[in-house]
Design a protein around this ligand. Structure first.
Ligand code: ATP
Ligand code: MG
Length: 438
């Protein structure tokens, strides 16, 4: 029995095994029909060839696309800087492998996390301002701050953020380059330290030279006065005056000795020194200078903390710092001088801020005043010898230079935080007796 040929089989005789078009053996047996079929077949064959060619072109461009996708993914992941995409709330939408390595995290664990969680808390304000500026100005913004790795260690970075404008989707997204500038900062700090050391060295040289010359002059003066005193009969008016002159010379020689002490950084005489007690002693000395409008607030730990220190030098250090604070609040109606002492533990992560210290237990002293604050333009100069804003006729500008030398003599650290109109905070760190004796 003859098999019925369907319409589809007649027009699309296709052998699925060979992939070629065929003529159905049962279809069209007259010469005209065969010629029609052959024409159709050729047409279809051409059509198939064209399809195959287009398929190959498509395949090739797909391969090219894959190749360039791999190339750009590699480029993105191996950039020598972190590269991230954030949503408008600072949530991570994407991150390259460099960024994941920077914060010691696996890339998938970063996605949908807030970038804020990888920024050290004290720099959150800087980061919030960065996001605020991006939202408001819609132009590229940059800032410097400290980020922290998963293990808690901190490092310096520069964030350079662009607002994504390739589509008009809302809310907007941000692309941020995260550049590790720790090494640059370390070199900068080292250079600043060297610069400070050179400056101190040259000042030490000058001061030492002057003190030495004065010393010689005083010796001659003293010798001459003593000789005259020996030659004079007792109890004369001249003798009384010469004795007065001798006392003055001795006092001046004492000042020169003190100058030499500071300039040649005489090793401190270290003894356990009670901090709160020293502070109270200094405040007592200064009480004639403390006006009734100034409120002194001290916060001392329940148990007295001590450091290994030269008592005279520590006394002098507090004297200079408190005097500065009181002078800054002169004329203030409601000035507040707040002094806090506490014990803190510095870990490896804190060392970015305290390059000269090592991890361990420290005594932290904070001295805060409500004076006019210090302008950013001069804040880097305040520890310089002879720098003063009070006029060299009224001040020597040596106060903070001496404070810094004393702090360094005790292997401590000093930092200042101040803004115009917001008062000034000096923070001092000294190795606690436990850390110092290690
Ligand atoms: N608590 C403070 N508030 C505002 N400015 C301060 C404060 N402490 C220091 N300064 C600024 O730092 C400068 C340097 O201080 P420093 O103690 O070295 O010198 P001085 O106080 O001017 O002079 P000296 O201490 O030798 O009498 C001051 O002139 C002042 O401008
Ligand atoms: Mg001073």
């Amino acid at each position: 029995m003859k098999q019925k040929i369907s319409g589809q089989e007649r027009f699309f005789p296709f052998d699925p095994q060979t992939g070629f078009l065929t003529i159905h053996p049962e279809f069209g047996s007259t010469p005209a029909a065969i010629s029609d079929q052959l024409k159709l077949l050729r047409e279809l064959q051409r059509f198939q060839n064209e399809l195959t060619r287009q398929n190959m072109v498509l395949l090739r461009s797909q391969q090219e696309f894959m190749k360039s996708k791999i190339y750009y993914t590699e480029l993105y992941d191996t950039l020598p800087m972190g590269y991230i995409t954030l949503d408008s709330n600072g949530v991570l939408l994407n991150a390259n492998l460099t960024f994941a390595a920077m914060v010691c995290a696996e890339r998938p664990s970063l996605l949908n996390q807030r970038l804020m969680d990888y920024i050290v808390p004290r720099d959150h304000e800087i980061y919030c301002r960065h996001l605020k500026d991006l939202k408001a100005l819609k132009t590229e913004q940059s800032c410097e701050l400290h980020m922290q790795r998963k293990n808690g260690t901190a490092f310096d970075v520069m964030l350079k953020t662009a607002v994504v404008s390739d589509d008009h989707k809302k809310p907007e997204r941000y692309r941020t380059a995260v550049i590790d500038i720790s090494e640059h900062k370390r070199l900068e700090k080292e250079q600043e330290k060297r610069h400070q050391a050179d400056k101190m060295e040259s000042i030490r040289g000058i001061t030492g030279g002057i003190a030495h010359d004065f010393n010689n002059i005083f010796q001659i003066l003293l010798g001459t006065v003593e000789m005259e005193l020996d030659n004079l009969p007792g109890r004369s008016r001249t003798q009384k005056n010469l004795k007065k002159a001798k006392d003055t010379i001795l006092r001046a020689a004492g000042i020169v000795a003190h100058l030499l002490h500071i300039s040649f950084r005489i090793e401190p005489e270290l003894r356990p020194t009670r901090i709160a007690a020293t502070i109270q002693e200094v405040l007592k000395c200064l009480s004639p200078l403390i006006s009734s409008t100034i409120d002194i607030r001290s916060h001392f730990p329940a148990q007295e903390v001590s450091i290994l220190a030269d008592q005279n030098q520590i006394h002098q250090m507090f004297m200079n710092l408190f005097t500065n604070a009181l002078q800054a609040m002169e004329g203030n109606r409601n000035g507040i001088l707040e002094i806090a002492v506490e014990t803190v533990h510095l870990i490896e992560a804190d060392m970015v801020n305290y390059v000269d210290l090592s991890p361990g237990e420290y005594v932290k002293i904070t001295i805060k005043d409500t004076g006019p604050g210090i302008h950013p333009e001069i804040i880097h100069q305040i520890f310089d010898p002879y720098f003063t804003t009070r006029g060299l006729a009224n001040a020597s500008g040596m106060g903070l230079a001496i404070v810094q030398a004393i702090v360094k003599n005790h292997k401590g650290d000093i930092a200042v935080d101040s803004r115009p109109g917001e008062g000034t905070v000096f923070t001092l760190l000294f190795p606690s007796i436990r850390t110092a004796s290690k």
